[in-house]
Structures are given as C-alpha cells and as structure tokens.
Ligand binder design. Structure first.
Ligand code: SF4
Length: 453
C-alpha cells in the first residue's frame, strides 16, 4: 500500500538511532567486560542447547567507498592463510571452554569478503568446525560473496563444503552510481554467480541493495530493481545508506554533496517497496524481503523471526558465538565483541584465552526490553503486559515509554490498546524510532548512530 508521508513528519522523526540488532546496543560495550566474564557466561549454557557460529573475515579485494564494515584490502595470500589459522585456533579455544560438544544449526561467514580466504583455508575452517561441533543435518550454512572476485570453482567448492546459502552484494546497477561508489559490478557478474550456485545445492540466494547512494534517483533505482527481480533472488536486504564519515573514514571519499536528501531517500525506499511487493516479495520487518517459499517468509508469518547483528534471521539458538576480528557473541548473560582490527585480533591471539575487547552484561530488564524491541522490529506487534509477566517484572515499568509513544499514535504510526502496540504499515519505516522509545540507555548524538530513515 502506498504510504503518504509529509515532510513535517519526516523531519520530526529524522534522528540518529541504533539499528537495534542487539540490546543493550554496541555503544554500551565497555572494556570492563572481558574474557573472564565471557568464559563464565559460556559455562552457564545448558548442555543440550544448540549454538550458532559467526566467522568474520576482515579482508576485501577492493574497497567500496560507502562501506561501513570492518575490513581492509589484503592481497598477500600468506596473510589470508595466517588469518584462517587464527580462526581455527579460536574455534579450538572456544570448544575447550564449552562444557560439551555442541550442536550447531546456523553458521555464517561475514566480512569483509569471506571468499577472499583461499580454498585451502576455507576448507580447513569448515573441517575444523566439523571436528569440534556437531553440524545439524539441515544446518543453514551461509557466506557473503563478492561476484567480482569469486570464481566458478570457488562456488563449486562452497557447495562441496556444505554451504546452503550465498549472500551477494550488489547495492546498485547504475554505472553512474557504481562509479561514484567505487564499486563497478556488471549485472552479468551477479547473474553468472547465481546461475552457478543454483546448479549446485546452494539454492538460497540473498542480494543486498542500498538506497540513498550518490547519483541514485528513483528512475535509476527502478531499473536496478526490475533487473534484480528478473534474477529471482530468494531474499533481499535493502538498506538505507548510512553516511557516517566521522566513524568510517573511507566514506569521506564519497561526495556527500550528491547524496539524496531525506525526502528523496524516503521516496526511493517507497519505490523499492512497491516494486518488490508487486513482484510477490513479502516484506520482512523493516528492510528485508523474501519470496513466499523462503524460510524467512514462513518464519515471519509464524511469528518466529529473530534479529541479531546480521539483521533479520530465522536463527533461534540461545547463543551466537562470534569468531574472528570484531565479531560479536550474544549470550543470555551478555554480549561481547572481539578485538576490532585484524592486527589487534592477531596480537590478542598470541595470549591465552579468547581475544575479547569489550562487552556488556544483560540484566533481566535488558532481556525484557530486548524482547519488546525484537517483537516490534520483527512482528510489528508487542503485548507489553504478557512480556512483563514472562520476565516477572511489573507492567508499569513501561508507563513512561507509553507516554513517549503518544506522538507516534497521533501520527498513525502505531495503534495502541493499553499495553498492546501494533505498528501500522505507515509506521513500518519508523520502526527504529519506535523501538528507540524502549531503549533506556539511549543518548541522542548524531556521532553515535546513523540516520533512522
Ligand atoms: S561492501 Fe563488501 S566488498 Fe565492498 S568494501 Fe564493504 S565488505 Fe568489502
């Protein structure tokens, strides 16, 4: 359904707020939480609980000017192999700390570009995971892939190693946009990758797109989306470009003056939404889309969608264990992050233990508030009374938050029946703003977070 939006409303909600992929969010991480705390949390996991693994590879073949990921260009194969050895070592240390051999249902390789790992290295890492963990029969094993540099042999190897899903960065197909972003990638490169993967058992394909980039217009985006729809990816993640050059220095290379303004960004988002819905994609939460057969579509319909720092997910494991530089681990007791840069990670791995840089403990109220935020972001609905009861907290702890929701209700972005909150279709683009109301740690600062809309 077309969403009418006034400039006044956009201006009212134009704030810099977290993406809410965890709670407390990353700005609350401190060095007071380190390896010793993480070790205790790991040991509180129940024996029979499955865990998920995330492996971060901070290397790319080329750098895109818009990218906010923790990554760098490393061409020397020896360095890529050495990093892979560290990942195997970290997996060994991790399994030694877990009380029992764990089942694993979800494994994701992210980055950077994890396909920069040489074939021998990715093979060794997968063998190491199989050696230390029990990978479930229908495990979801996925990897981010750069079609400009992944050979057909590499995709065949991924299939042999058991990968079931690839995530392909496209962002935009317009040459003028690609030129401005320093990422030139033809449609043929992307479609070849998809074709090779689909001939194997890699049947789930995700494509990442970005709006709000330099030189992007609704007309150019419309052409990009029509071409992407013809490739029939099972899932799409559609993000608004977050211009935060004070945080990510390489974004200074982008000409900020030719970025679309907030109203234009909003129009671009609406256009993408309209075109994808017409093509039978189901919208998932704020910014993901999936075809009806896809497991993410089914999970969304059944209220089984989750959110972690990778975005929307169907992963429901109690713990997500991060391996590699900057990777984040999420456990019920708290969240930790590894040393951020590859160099700091390598240095920390020379010591005993795990290379934790910082983290945050989670109180029962944090878990309750995360549950509220996750329900809003995933289901667009939450019953605060039921959740307060589940976490054994009085429902009136939300009374202040409810007062702060009044303007959202007046603007038609939510419908409220006492403690039940339903986000309307008009409210969907403002989900981060709505979730933000329940974030008691939030301090408004343009330098901490990216633009919400
Ligand atoms: S967008 Fe992907 S390929 Fe480009 S720099 Fe970032 S991680 Fe590397």
């Amino acid at each position: 359904m077309k969403q009418a939006v006034s400039f006044n409303r956009l201006a009212r909600y134009e704030r810099n707020v977290p993406r809410y992929t965890s709670y407390p969010t990353a700005v609350q991480f401190t060095e007071s939480v380190g390896f010793d705390t993480y070790k205790k949390w790991l040991q509180t996991l129940q024996d029979n609980e499955a865990v998920s693994l995330y492996l971060h590879v901070p290397f790319c073949d080329e750098l895109c000017k818009f990218c906010a990921c923790n990554t760098q260009v490393i061409h020397k194969e020896a360095l890529r192999i050495a990093y892979g050895e560290l990942l195997c070592d970290e997996l060994y240390r991790l399994k030694a700390l877990l009380k029992s051999r764990r089942r694993v249902g979800f494994i994701h390789f992210g980055g950077g570009t994890p396909t920069t790992l040489p074939p021998i290295t990715i093979t060794k890492i997968m063998n190491t995971i199989r050696q230390y963990f029990n990978i479930e029969k229908n495990a979801d094993i996925s990897i981010e892939l750069d079609p400009r540099h992944a050979s057909s042999q590499y995709i065949l190897l991924l299939n042999q190693l058991g990968f079931t899903r690839i995530s392909i960065g496209v962002q935009d197909l317009d040459p003028k946009v690609q030129e401005a972003c320093g990422r030139v990638q033809s449609l043929a490169m992307t479609s070849n990758c998809i074709e090779i993967a689909r001939k194997q058992n890699i049947t789930s394909i995700n494509i990442d797109l970005i709006y709000g980039l330099p030189n992007q217009t609704c007309k150019s985006l419309s052409e990009t989306i029509q071409s992407i729809i013809r490739l029939k990816p099972d899932r799409l993640a559609v993000f608004g470009y977050a211009h935060v050059p004070w945080k990510h220095k390489r974004q200074n290379l982008l000409n900020g003056e030719i970025l679309p303004d907030t109203l234009e960004r909003f129009k671009q988002r609406q256009l993408i939404d309209d075109l994808l819905r017409i093509a039978n994609y189901q919208i998932i939460g704020l910014d993901h889309y999936a075809l009806p057969h896809d497991s993410m579509s089914k999970a969304a319909k059944e209220g089984k969608l989750h959110r972690n720092f990778q975005g929307y997910t169907i992963d429901n494991a109690v713990a997500l264990l991060g391996i590699g530089a900057s990777s984040v681990s999420i456990l019920p007791k708290g969240i930790v992050q590894n040393q951020l840069s590859a160099a700091a990670y390598q240095k920390a791995m020379r010591l005993e233990g795990l290379p934790i840089a910082k983290g945050v403990s989670r109180t029962i109220e944090d878990l309750l508030r995360w549950s509220v935020i996750e329900h809003l972001m995933c289901d667009l609905y939450v019953d605060l009374e039921i959740l307060a009861k589940k976490f054994k907290r009085p429902k009136n702890i939300f009374d202040n938050d409810l007062l702060n929701l009044v303007s959202f209700e007046e603007d038609g972005l939510i419908l409220r029946d006492y403690y039940k909150i339903k986000v309307t279709e008009q409210g969907r683009p403002f989900l981060r703003n709505i979730a933000n109301i329940f974030d008691v740690y939030y301090q408004s600062s343009p330098h901490r977070h990216a633009q919400a809309i």
